[in-house]
Design a protein around this ligand. Structure first.
Ligand SMILES: [Mg+2]
Length: 242
């Protein structure tokens, strides 16, 4: 069987997120709202935001739906007697402020662009990203452009746009449909045994787990076809898969 497509997870697979500062991102939301005259004390806003977020997480834990990030903001603002719709410009601006700040904190290992270039030059694979991210595709696209790697991707599949999160088969199927390939000729590469590996395996893809740290019992559940410690080992792992 020939591999026709490579699908990558984004966070902690293609990109490093260890500099992520949630508080700073939320402050950007708060600041954006204040610029639109929607005001409340920051600490209270933050507390309510996390209550809302945790409630939404709980609600969607089993359904694997991905409500847009904007819903968290409109629900938080209700507590302060503001009633907005998710599509209102004030809400869109504040959600964008979060996503932009979040994406600026991303870092990329220098070997990642080289690897993607090499894979693209071989001209054997369609390449895509499948990411759990409760935002539209734009901030992700901007980040890929910042690292000059946007040109290597044939598809960007984001849970915030699809409406379903990994490990739901729906988001993996959307990626296959977009790239016009079968699961059996696709390899999924990611760092989460549950979201990436189990999800991709369930619909028949080959899987490669990228993980530096020692693996614990939970992580073993993913049972990937291959395990590598950095993406630098990917070409070799791919050559050994079939
Ligand atoms: Mg990840």
């Amino acid at each position: 069987m020939q591999i026709k497509a490579l699908l990558f997870d984004f966070g902690d697979t293609l990109i490093r997120t260890d500099k992520f500062d949630y508080d700073l991102c939320l402050r950007k939301v708060h600041e954006s709202l204040a610029n639109d005259n929607v005001t409340m004390p920051y600490e209270e806003f933050k507390r309510i935001y996390f209550d809302v977020r945790n409630r939404l997480y709980k609600e969607t834990e089993h359904s694997l739906r991905e409500p847009e990030f904007r819903l968290r903001i409109t629900e938080t603002l209700k507590h302060f007697s503001y009633s907005f719709k998710q599509e209102d410009a004030v809400i869109v601006r504040s959600a964008d402020a979060f996503a932009d700040a979040f994406m600026l904190m991303m870092q990329m290992e220098p070997y990642v662009p080289k690897l993607l270039q090499q894979l693209k030059t071989e001209d054997k694979y369609k390449i895509g990203i499948v990411s759990n991210f409760a935002h539209p595709t734009t901030p992700l696209k901007k980040t890929l452009e910042r690292f000059d790697i946007a040109k290597y991707f044939d598809a960007l599949i984001i849970s915030g746009e699809v409406g379903w999160r990994k490990p739901s088969p729906k988001i993996f199927k959307k990626a296959l449909q977009t790239l016009n390939v079968k699961a059996s000729e696709t390899v999924f590469i990611g760092d989460s045994p549950h979201h990436d590996i189990e999800g991709a395996k369930k619909i028949g893809m080959k899987t490669i787990l990228v993980k530096k740290a020692s693996i614990n019992e939970d992580e073993k559940l993913g049972n990937p076809d291959k395990r590598i410690t950095t993406l630098e080992e990917l070409p070799k792992a791919l050559s050994e898969l079939f």
